[in-house]
Every structure is written in C-alpha cells, then in structure tokens.
Design a protein around this ligand. Sequence first.
Ligand SMILES: Nc1nc2c(ncn2[C@@H]2O[C@H](COP(=O)(O)OP(=O)(O)OP(=O)(O)O)[C@@H](O)[C@H]2O)c(=O)[nH]1
Length: 402
Amino acid sequence: MDSPYVHSEARSAASSQHSPSRHDSEPGEDPQPGSSRLKPAAKLTLMRYFQDLQDADIPPSPVLPRFHTGRLPNSKAGDGKPRLLLMGQRRSGKSSISSVVFHKLPPSETLYLETTTRIKKESMHSFMDFQVWDFPGHLDYFDPAFDVDNIFDEIGALIWVIDAQDEYLDAIMRLNTTILNLQHSYPNINVEVFVHKVDGLSEDYKSDTFRDIIQRVQDELSDAGYENAPVSFYQTSIYDHSIFEAFSKVIQKLIPQLPTLESLLDSLCVNCRIEKAYLFDVLSKIYIATDTAPTDIGSYEICSDYIDVVVDVSEIYGWDRPAENGQLEDADINETGNNDAESLITMERKGNNYLYLREINKYLALICLMGNDSPAEKKALIDYNVGVFQEALAQVFPRGEK
Ligand SMILES: Nc1nc2c(ncn2[C@@H]2O[C@H](COP(=O)(O)OP(=O)(O)OP(=O)(O)O)[C@@H](O)[C@H]2O)c(=O)[nH]1
C-alpha cells in the first residue's frame, strides 16, 4: 500500500508546494516561526483545562474497549473508563502524586497535604476518560464492610506506592496480600508498583532498594503459587520527570489503539527523519504514545519542558488574529482543526537539532526531536506529513476532534 507521507526524496518539491501560507511572512509580520502562530492564553486550546469539567463531552468511539495487551477491561459493562487506584501505606506519597500529575501542584507544596481520610475519587476528562481514586493508607479493602466489587470492578490499573526512604517490608506484605486476593476475581488487573521518593537516595542505594523490592515481591508471590504475576515496577519521584514517565507507561497500557499510534509515529519518523516523536497530553504532560525507537528520559524531559515554554510564551506574545471578514475570531471557532498552535525551537546544545511542536487536537500535541539530517528549512515537508498523521489519528483516536 502506498504511504500517504511525502518521503525525504521528494522534499524539495514538497517544500515549494505545501502550505505556503504558513511560511511566507507578510510584510510587518513577525518572521519567527515559533511566535507567529501563537494565540493568547484565553484562546489557546493548549491551555484549556478540561480535566476537571464533570460535564465535558464524551464523543462516542467506534473502537470497542480493549486494552492493547489484548485483555478486556475488568468492567463487565466495558464502558471504556478505566480506573486508576492509588494504594499503599500511609505517607507513602499517593495524594502528592495525584496532585502533582493531575493538578499541577508544585512538588514542594505537597509537604502541606493532609492525610487522606476517605477514598478520594476524581474523574479525568482528557484524551480519554479515566478516574483516579486515592485511597487512605490505613484502609483494609478486604474488610467485609467494603464493597470490594464496587472498588475493583472497573479497575484499569492498581498503582501501589512504596516509600523507598522508609521501612518497606510491611508495604510489600500488604501488596502481595492484595494481589493474591484479587487474582481470582480480577485477573486482568495491571499492578504497577511505584518505588517512590527515590530522589533522596544515592544512586547505589536506589538501585539496590529497587532490586530488593522486585525480588521480594516476586519471591513471595511465587511462594504463594502465583508465577508470572502481571506486576511492573518503576522508580519515581515527584521532584523530577520520573513520575510523569511512569504514569505515561501505566496509561499507555490502557489505550487500546496504542500499537496503531506507535506505527503511525514510526512512519512519520522515517519519512521526516525524526529522531524521537512523542504524542503528549498537554495538560498532564503524560505521553500517550511514542515511536518504537528507544526512549531515554532526557528526550522526554526536553519535550515536557518545551510544552511549558510554549504555553508560557504564548501567554505573553500571543495575539488575536483577524478572521477573513476582518472580525476577531470567536473563541469557539479557534478550537477547530486548522488553527492549531505550533512552534519550532533550535537547540544549541546539539548543533543542528531542533524541536518541533504541533497541537494535534484539543488535548494532544505532537513533539518531535528532529535528527541532524532534517534541517528546519524542510519544515513544509514536515508540516505536510504531520497533517497526514493528524488525519490518521483522527480516525483511530477520534477523541478530541470536534
Ligand atoms: N522526598 C520526597 N517526598 C515525597 C515525594 N512524594 C511525596 N512526598 C512527601 O511525602 C509526604 C506524604 O505524602 P502524601 O501524599 O500526603 O502521602 P499519602 O500516601 O497520600 O498519605 P495518606 O494520605 O496518609 O495515605 C509529604 O510530605 C510529601 O511531600 C517524593 O517523591 N519525594
């Protein structure tokens, strides 16, 4: 099948043919590609904070809910709204994680968070709908007083937070009891263990602790006769990007279309000589997909910081652009497809490399780390191919399209 992308061989032709209006500066117009397309905060769709709106629209999706792992969600109704349960010992950092990732609380302010006394349920309406439930540390979920089915019925992932700076044997014991209790009724649960607060540990101690926790969990589970339990481990801290990276991986497991998104990104990377491409949820800075080239935390950090820069810069330098009839555009009109924010930035650190950002829909932005052989002059080609990617994405992942 012919690829709809324009290949690098056809670059020169494409450069001169596509999207001339985006690149030809009008007299008096700011020639900087990064700033000319940005809009003020009030209108920039990147800035829209949908996640807390209870009545946010939920467009129907033709794709049946099924995790990309091939497993069906535990929910019998299969309504496609997975639930992330944050569990673990007291003061392990559950509420801090949820506040930093989903509410943009500065990490240092988590010092003042109060102990959670009852289950805190939050609905997130973003590139997909999901719920985050923050559990109090002291709760015994298997007490007969609790409706266990109600808690675990729709679960997408159980995130177990272990404080790596504290004594963790109790936490491991409770984690294993929980996994063993759940494995019969809810075998599809993804158990994600966050070995948390690793910021305070030396490199050696950090990796020893991490290895020790993995070993103990696996040994105890196999002693109890449960081999190959679906448990993944991450080292996290709210003081760096690791918590966002870990959440990205947890959420990716719940996206049924992940393999398709990855192969779309792979094609884009090959055709535009992109080193690494991320599809980011702008507000949470979780990436929902990336191409299959190896990821390093450094690239993620650069891209994630870039989103902050673009949002901040657009707040300062954006302006209202007149519509065709000379009137200022209505905010609602601005939300539609072809007014997406975009930006391009050169990184001095790596010579020729530069970063490319393009808003894909009202929740997602594509950020690409360009390779050395993909100079910024070829931007028209990249724009065109990103447009193709955007159309394909709208078909496989309709959420966020008007
Ligand atoms: N050093 C460090 N401290 C953290 C990190 N995450 C959370 N904390 C601190 O851990 C303490 C407890 O955090 P909480 O989020 O209240 O813990 P919790 O698990 O919700 O506690 P309960 O509500 O009692 O169950 C706070 O003082 C946070 O600042 C981290 O990554 N690194």
